[in-house]
Design a protein around this ligand. Structure first.
Ligand SMILES: Nc1ncnc2c1ncn2[C@@H]1O[C@H](COP(=O)(O)OS(=O)(=O)O)[C@@H](OP(=O)(O)O)[C@H]1O
Ligand SMILES: Nc1ncnc2c1ncn2[C@@H]1O[C@H](COP(=O)(O)OP(=O)(O)O)[C@@H](O)[C@H]1O
Length: 273
């Protein structure tokens, strides 16, 4: 396999000097072509030498010593890349983080998630929404609403959110996440400060009156069992970064709530690299 060594400036061959050139890495055994790469791009930087945590070059001997057991996976080794979170954040001019929205069904999580995504997009910031309902259409379609299934739903979304944050993206997770310990476990996956818990503190009566999907009605009539707030618990956060609640019986419009979250991100430095 070919090795790209050193940290010197990258100088393309004459073949590669046209704007949309073809990069060819010649190796003893293989020829790998990449099309459509713009060589004038400022994103092409010198390639950092690959090293482990201690700065030592990674060798076969080191690798076997670094092998770990994680859960059911044995003999696995973390593979580091020379392009890291800081590089991605520089590119995006923002900091990756997770905004975790929790609240009853009908409290406005999805609406706020969209308003926030729109507000940040308008400021040139990259976001991605992980909505409980939506993720249950794919990755989590094997999970129901028993406590263990909810815990697994939240755990998986927490892990995916962590990856998005590592990508430098402002990840908006929007799910009921009724159990405190499950939310705290997701918080523990991230560096301190990068998990921003937002509680939509909307009373059950308001959510039930909204009932846009008719689920509260079904739950009250016993057609849905274990519905959060009716016959399944919701544990409100005891300490979270942002609480959004009604004032004088009125909910703030979603755009105003989104601005509150955006101001928080601005103040904490997430909207710059
Ligand atoms: N039993 C029960 N309890 C609560 N909610 C239920 C239930 N059954 C279906 N739904 C619908 O599923 C949506 C909640 O999914 P989540 O992934 O956010 O739930 S959880 O975090 O795992 O508790 C929730 O969506 P939202 O209304 O957007 O919160 C409901 O539409
Ligand atoms: N800030 C708000 N003020 C008034 N109504 C709202 C607000 N946010 C959401 N809604 C309405 O409440 C209902 C539930 O909102 P939704 O975002 O689907 O909640 P959740 O995702 O928590 O279930 C929808 O009909 C939505 O239009």
């Amino acid at each position: 396999m070919a090795a790209i060594q050193g940290a010197g400036p990258f100088s393309p061959s004459p073949l590669a000097k046209s704007r949309f050139a073809r990069i060819v890495l010649e190796t003893n055994a293989t020829r790998i072509g990449l099309h459509g790469v713009d060589f004038r791009s400022s994103f092409l930087k010198p390639i950092k030498a690959m090293a482990n945590d201690c700065g030592a070059a990674v060798s076969g001997k080191n690798l076997s010593q670094m092998a770990k057991t994680v859960g059911k996976a044995t003999n696995i080794v973390w593979h580091k890349c020379s392009v890291d979170k800081c590089d991605r954040q520089q590119l995006l001019e923002q900091k990756g983080c997770v905004i975790w929205m929790t609240g009853l069904s009908g409290s406005g999580k999805s609406t706020l998630a969209c308003a926030l995504s729109r507000g940040l997009h308008a400021r040139g910031k990259l976001t991605y929404i992980l909505d409980g309902d939506n993720v249950r259409h794919g990755l989590n379609s094997d999970l129901g609403f028993k406590a263990e299934d909810r815990a697994e739903n939240i755990r998986r979304i927490g892990e995916v959110a962590k990856l998005f944050a590592d990508a430098g993206i402002i990840c908006i997770a929007s799910l009921i996440s009724p159990y405190r310990k499950d939310r705290d476990a997701c918080r523990a996956l991230l560096p301190e400060r990068d998990f921003i818990e937002v509680f939509l503190d909307v009373p059950l009566e308001v959510c039930e009156a909204r009932d846009p999907k008719g689920l509260y009605k079904l739950a009250r009539s016993g057609k849905i069992k274990g519905f959060t707030g009716i016959d399944d618990p919701y544990e409100p956060p005891v300490s979270c970064e942002i609480v959004l609640r009604q004032k004088a019986g009125n909910c703030f419009p979603p755009s105003a709530m989104a601005e509150t979250v955006i101001s928080y991100l601005e103040e904490k430095g997430y909207l710059q690299a």
